[in-house]
Design a protein around this ligand. Structure first.
Ligand code: SF4
Ligand code: SF4
Length: 358
């Protein structure tokens, strides 16, 4: 597309996407008539004009090194008309304008070690956040969890054996910007921060730290004659938000930083109502490098869903139909008092925060 026709980059700097699109997609923009799913990992879209385009999807590890990116781009140049795009779930997609190009492209991807799949009623690539690289909240290694789990779910990614698509997310901290997922694995801090009083006065802007706490649990204090902070442990919800403005508020530790698993979240209102995910397993060891305990629970939930759900039910639809008590019975997960948020005391604690008034 000629430069003069391109729109200006939007506020975030995102450039006009048309310049990167496959010519068949540009020509038929908004004129698609139907699409189907000829095999796992491949989609076919047919336009009103009769043009067709095949999309081949492969999983990636999201945080890609230059050498892997070069390999992926070389495959795109040689086998896929030179056009690629990344999905929000860290898959790479190649577009080709002829069916005869699909199998050689899949062969090239597989022989370079990439896995083709993640379309239709499969377990799609796990979406994950990664605070190590772009965020200041105390988190955990979401990428490591994704790698360990996807190694064990590779058949569910490559084949379409699930009742409907399954979107799994991991979020490296409790703020959970990874969002709602059919299954979500999130960090869970279980103890209030431990304060290194010797460092607070040198490192922290104390008013900023007090303001950061969502439940007003932090107060200025003096210890050994030095200005510092203290935490009302009865109010603290162990969110970790005080750590970024004040690293001496240590909340991550190998013993008390755990994982929790939530199920039934759905952002979309395309086919059924959106829903919030609900806690089903907590206090799971945050156990690198392979996280076997968390992976075993995710596999148990997936196998139960596969055996018991009706065709095309998403996980939230399935649980809505069978009810939560049956979900816990079928999966064998323990239901404990920690699964219930009774909000006792929340009016007082939330009402004293700097963020919420009601
Ligand atoms: S989940 Fe938390 S730490 Fe991770 S990127 Fe999102 S806000 Fe940052
Ligand atoms: S910011 Fe979060 S972790 Fe820190 S004291 Fe407040 S509730 Fe506790």
């Amino acid at each position: 597309m000629a430069k003069k026709e391109m729109r200006r980059p939007i506020e975030s700097g995102c450039p006009d996407g048309f310049q990167y699109m496959h010519p068949v997609m540009v020509k038929n923009f908004s004129q698609w008539k139907w699409h189907d799913h000829p095999r796992p990992g491949v989609l076919r879209h047919v336009a009103e004009s009769g043009d067709a385009i095949w999309t081949v999807r492969a999983g990636t590890q999201r945080i890609l090194d230059v050498f892997t990116l070069r390999t992926l781009c070389d495959i795109g140049d040689e086998f896929a008309d030179g056009h690629v795009r990344f999905t929000i779930r860290s898959n790479i997609e190649y577009m080709v304008d002829g069916e005869e190009k699909v199998n050689p492209l899949i062969d090239a991807l597989e022989s370079a070690g990439f896995v083709v799949g993640g379309t239709g009623n499969s377990v799609a690539m796990i979406a994950h956040t990664q605070g190590w690289l772009h965020c200041d909240i105390p988190g955990t290694d979401a990428s490591g969890i994704v790698k360990s789990m996807m190694d064990e779910l590779i058949d569910e990614f490559k084949n379409c054996n699930m009742p409907n698509r399954v979107h799994i997310t991991t979020s490296c901290c409790q703020i959970n910007c990874g969002g709602q997922g059919d299954i979500a694995i999130n960090v869970q801090h279980t103890k209030p921060p431990k304060i290194n009083h010797d460092l607070v006065a040198n490192v922290c802007e104390r008013p900023s730290v007090v303001a950061r706490c969502p439940v007003a649990a932090i107060r200025p204090a003096q210890v050994n004659g030095k200005p510092t902070l203290e935490v009302d442990e009865k109010k603290c919800i162990c969110c970790g938000a005080c750590y970024p403005p004040c690293p001496p508020m240590q909340i991550n530790d190998p013993e008390h930083t755990k994982l929790a698993i939530w199920v039934g979240g759905n952002h979309s209102n395309a086919r059924s109502k959106p829903s919030f995910q609900k806690l089903v397993a907590s206090g799971i060891p945050n156990n690198p490098p392979r996280w076997p305990e968390a992976t075993a629970i995710v596999k148990k939930i997936l196998n139960t869903y596969k055996d018991d759900a009706r065709d095309w039910e998403r996980i939230n639809d399935w649980i809505d139909r069978i009810g939560w008590s049956r979900f816990f019975e079928l999966t064998g997960l323990a239901f404990t008092k920690y699964h219930i948020d009774h909000w006792r005391g929340s009016r007082k604690s939330l009402n004293s925060s700097t963020h919420i008034r009601f």
